[in-house]
Design a protein around this ligand. Structure first.
Ligand code: PGA
Length: 267
């Protein structure tokens, strides 16, 4: 069975180090009481909180992620963050190509591809985020857009490297972000919509990277996932966890999603 990965994407929401440490400790304590099996759970706080959160959760089951990184190790790149700095802070995972990076900050598939390759070279596990907008879906472009993002973002990645990659399918129209969705009613994908997209992504992974590694890659669903809607989504064979924004900002909201995923794993 494909392993599950659950991620908390804190975006620009928790602004004080002390608060980030306190929430992280609560999640880590709750997590340590559970048998996670092969399931992995990470949180991605702001850069300035990474080191302190990393120290606070050291030795627990909770893992740390960066929200982005640059594709060079060091140099004159004002405002960027090096993969080596993420590792120094204790990160094991890094989000790459989140829709907010693509659509608000203009990141291209070519840049995202360089980031994925650099993360793999550095031993960080990239969580490659993909997803179509409401308009692209309405125009019948769901498969085309996701296929293009996958193919261009994973160009030159070898099948043996792919086992370290996690894919996050996050339809843009489901992400709880009015800046991404100015004229769209934001709603979680139905299990039918998410299931069709995940099946398409799985097929592409198997066709491109082969029967051995293709089925093993976790495909997270992201976009307004919460306790109230996660059970039906996580029940689908090709949904192997979630990337959670708003509902990951407290242990009370995040833990029920993790517990639902663990229940699915045990079935
Ligand atoms: P959301 O964010 O759960 O708040 O919709 C998900 C994401 O953007 O990763």
């Amino acid at each position: 069975m494909t392993r599950y990965v659950i991620g908390g994407n804190w975006k620009l929401q928790i602004l004080k180090v002390e608060e980030a440490v306190s929430i992280a400790k609560n999640i880590a304590e709750a997590l340590d009481k559970l048998d996670l099996g092969t399931t992995e759970v990470f949180i991605a706080p702001s850069y300035t909180a990474l080191y302190a959160v990393g120290q606070a959760i050291k030795g627990t089951k909770l893992k740390l992620a960066g929200q982005n990184m640059y594709f060079r190790d060091r140099g004159a790149f004002t405002g960027e963050i090096s993969p080596d700095s993420l590792k120094d802070a204790g990160c094991e995972y890094v989000l790459i190509g989140h829709s907010e990076r693509r659509r608000i900050f203009g990141e291209t598939n070519a840049q995202i591809n360089q980031k994925v390759k650099k993360a793999l070279e550095k031993g960080l596990k990239p969580v490659l985020c993909i997803g179509e907008t409401a308009k692209e879906r309405a125009d019948g472009q769901m498969e085309t857009v996701n296929k293009e993002q996958l193919a261009e973002s994973l160009a030159d990645v070898e099948p043996e490297q792919l086992s370290k990659v996690v894919i996050a399918y996050e339809p843009v129209w489901a992400i709880n972000n009015p800046f991404l969705n100015p004229d769209v009613e934001i709603k979680t994908a139905t299990p039918e919509q998410a299931g069709a997209a995940h099946t398409f992504i799985r097929r592409w992974l198997v066709d491109t990277f082969g029967e051995t590694v293709g089925p093993q890659i976790p495909i997270q669903y992201g976009g307004s996932m919460k306790a109230g809607n996660c059970v039906d989504l996580l029940a689908l064979a090709e949904i192997n966890g979630g990337l959670i924004g708003g509902a990951s900002l407290s242990s009370e909201n995040f833990m029920p999603i993790i517990e639902a995923a663990l229940k699915e794993m045990k079935k």
